[in-house]
Design a protein around this ligand. Structure first.
Ligand SMILES: *Cc1c(COP(=O)(O)O)cnc(C)c1O
Length: 360
């Protein structure tokens, strides 16, 4: 059994993708054109945000937003100890210092208490991550940020459509970074990303930064980069966006089938806080015998993945920060114990039964 399937052979979907491709080919306009403008408007509306700026990928969405927010080299940025390395790398890209905070062991997200303890005179921003599809409890984080004058950038690369107290991800933090990597809840057919924000100034700076510091051809107001969401990917995303609510509902139904099938198995299954709408980018269980379990599932023909096997503070890429084993015990335990089970929106529910049988 596969871990994931993009389901691109679905005939209805394929027809619409072909139409989107045809539209862009007929227009002859490939970069910064009407498809991107339309997608930005549609995604901003979907998130309930004032602005959306498309960029080349999720990492650039994070890096460019921290830059647009004025985070300087040497500043400290609070990040989860347990996350994908991109969250930390965005901070490093500015010459700023990632300051890790342990996640909550149930939601795998950072909270206001842990962040408050990490704030110093150098703290400029907090980058909470809605990991695996579980949203961050943003209101207390925003209150903390107001008290200390911090910028809050939510990393929502895994949580398109997640919600806290009924409010969708993408409209609450000062800015929210999304990845549209193909396997994300909303995925393109290549690399793409975006930032949503209610701050017109941040949106304007992002539009310049993504395009060589320019909003008028060959006039460079600031230094910038080349990180644009191209017309083809924008056109494809416009096909996937109207399907996202249904896809998230399918993920949630499969997750509750997993919950039921695995209850009483002794494994830790994902939690959903009572204020949260989880969108199950991944269905992640925890087991102290994770490696043996993964090997047995592989023997049974079931593909699983580990998100993520090495805690960020122990990655060679961050060795210059001088962290050592034991610094973040929960992050280290999670790296040893988490296992992601097969899940994609159109996965047959019978797969859940097969996986649960093999797990038991
Ligand atoms: C995927 C991901 C990113 C990076 O997105 P890319 O589009 O691959 O650059 C950042 N943060 C998290 C949590 C992710 O899962």
């Amino acid at each position: 059994m596969k871990f994931f399937d993009l389901n691109l052979s679905d005939p209805g979907l394929r027809g619409e993708i072909d139409q989107a491709y045809g539209r862009v080919m007929d227009s002859g306009w490939m970069i910064l054109g009407p498809e991107l403008a339309a997608f930005e408007a549609e995604f901003a509306a979907w998130c309930g945000a004032g602005h959306c700026v498309g960029v080349g990928n999720g990492l650039d969405a994070l890096t460019l937003t921290l830059r647009a927010a004025g985070v300087q080299a040497g500043a400290e940025v609070i990040v989860p100890a347990h996350t994908f390395a991109a969250t930390w790398m965005a901070v490093e890209a500015l010459g700023a210092t990632p300051v890790p905070v342990e996640v909550d062991p149930l939601t795998y997200t950072i909270g206001a208490a842990g962040c408050a303890a990490a704030v110093t005179g150098k703290t400029a921003a907090i980058v909470p991550v809605s990991l695996y599809g579980h949203p961050v409890d943003l209101e207390p984080l925003m209150a903390l940020a107001r008290r200390h004058g911090l910028f809050v950038l939510e990393d929502a690369a895994q949580s398109h459509g997640a919600a806290s107290n009924g409010v969708r991800t993408g409209s609450v933090a000062h800015a929210t970074a999304f990845s549209f990597y193909p396997t994300k809840n909303l995925g393109a057919l290549g690399d793409a990303g975006a930032v949503t924000t209610n701050d017109a100034g941040i949106a304007e700076r992002l539009r310049r930064l993504r395009n060589y510091g320019s909003d008028q051809k060959y006039v460079q107001q600031t230094l910038g980069v080349n990180s644009r969401l191209d017309e083809l990917q924008a056109a494809f995303l416009r096909v996937f966006l109207p399907r996202l609510d249904t896809a998230n509902d399918q993920r949630r139904a499969l997750a509750s089938a997993y919950d039921a099938a695995l209850s009483g198995s002794g494994l830790t299954t994902p939690a959903e806080a009572n204020w949260a709408r989880h969108v199950y980018h991944l269905y992640v269980i925890r087991s102290p015998e994770r490696d043996a379990l993964q090997a047995r599932l592989k023997t049974a023909g079931i593909e699983t993945l580990i998100h993520y096997p090495i805690a960020c503070h122990l990655q060679a890429a961050f060795a210059h920060r001088g962290f050592k084993r034991g610094d973040f015990p929960l992050a280290e335990a999670l790296a040893d114990e988490v296992l992601s089970l097969p899940l994609w929106p159109a996965m047959p529910v019978d797969n859940v039964r097969q996986v649960a049988l093999a797990v038991r």
